[in-house]
Design a binder for this molecule. Structure first.
Ligand code: GDP
Length: 300
């Protein structure tokens, strides 16, 4: 945890330092507020949340009649935590019905870290003593199934894969079926992320979900977004959320960007919480997301 915190702090330190430096000035004049806004926008926080934060901060300082920098920082911290959402339900829902396994669909564009996320998630679940089956429903890339197989062997999860170029939905179906038959606790399905056409994606993902649900209800749909892709990531998020009911976000590569504000922007965009963040390429670099911890690391 300490290590993860240090990593978050490193990736976000320029944002946090920038904000604190502005608030540390002797007079908070209009140019300071403008700069605060620019700093937040540059960190991908988004226009709506940025305006909200700056307005709230200004109003609260005025109401309290203070220009004290320590107090300003406290209020900034509170407002940031409020924006990130300290009370959102960020648990991973994996409790199935009638003794059936929970089913997690992992969706997202290729290259965002989807397969890595499935592997790491399996690792976390197995460490919690759950029996896990992985479904390699990204049948368009043999490498993706191989990669998942390696993860399965590494963490101790069974893997179900189909022929290359086969029907992704049928792999999802078989994986959940295997999960039910073997009494597994959770089935995690890696899906294809070819954004060739929106309708193609819609057909494919929608079908995977429908077919899987003939076996057991899907308890969680995690959308993987690459934090380094900014606006592009938000556009992708919008497309996916129109195709399937996304229930949680995994924001990968947060270690590779100083624009941690994307956490706030993407939650606003989709109205669903960030549940995990990727903070490196290692097997244990997937961390549950916590609003307070995130903001404290930011302002560290
Ligand atoms: P997929 O095509 O979406 O399944 O993506 P992969 O899981 O194959 O990941 C693509 C690349 O991103 C790989 O090189 C991963 O090691 C890397 N990656 C995934 N998550 C993270 C992360 O949180 N941080 C960093 N730095 N790299 C990551």
């Amino acid at each position: 945890l300490v290590r993860l915190r240090a990593r978050l702090a490193r990736s976000n330190s320029s944002l946090g330092k920038g904000l604190l430096a502005i608030l540390g000035r002797s007079d908070l004049d209009q140019s300071a507020w403008d700069e605060l806004e620019e700093t937040l926008l540059a960190a991908d926080v988004g226009v709506g949340p940025t305006t909200e934060l700056v307005d709230n901060l200004r109003t609260r300082l005025r109401v309290e009649g203070t220009t004290d920098t320590t107090r300003a920082r406290e209020i900034l911290r509170e407002e940031l935590i409020g924006l990130v959402g300290p009370d959102l339900d960020r648990r991973l829902h994996v409790t199935g019905d009638d003794g059936k396994p929970g089913v997690v669909l992992v969706v997202g564009v290729n290259g965002t870290g989807k397969t890595t996320t499935v592997g790491r998630l399996a690792r976390v679940l197995v460490a919690e003593d759950r029996r896990v089956v992985l479904g390699a429903a990204d049948t368009f890339r043999a490498a993706a199934a191989d990669q998942l197989q390696t993860w399965g062997e590494r963490v101790g999860a069974e893997i179900v894969r189909g022929p290359e170029g086969g029907d992704p939905a049928s792999v999802g179906f078989e994986a959940v079926k295997a999960g039910i038959e073997t009494g597994a606790d959770v089935v995690v399905v890696d899906t294809a992320g070819r954004l060739h056409t929106k309708s193609g994606l819609m057909d494919e993902l929608g079908k995977v979900k429908r077919v899987v649900e003939k076996q057991a209800p899907v308890t969680e749909v995690l959308l993987v977004i690459d934090a380094t892709t900014g606006q592009n990531g938000l556009t992708q998020a919008r497309v996916f959320s129109e195709v399937v009911d996304v229930t949680g976000i995994v924001l990968t590569k947060l270690d590779g960007t100083a624009k941690g504000g994307i956490v706030i922007a993407v939650q606003r965009e989709l109205g669903v919480p960030v549940k995990f963040v990727g903070l490196g390429e290692g097997a244990d670099d997937l961390a549950p997301f916590d609003a307070t911890e995130f903001v404290d690391a930011l302002l560290d």
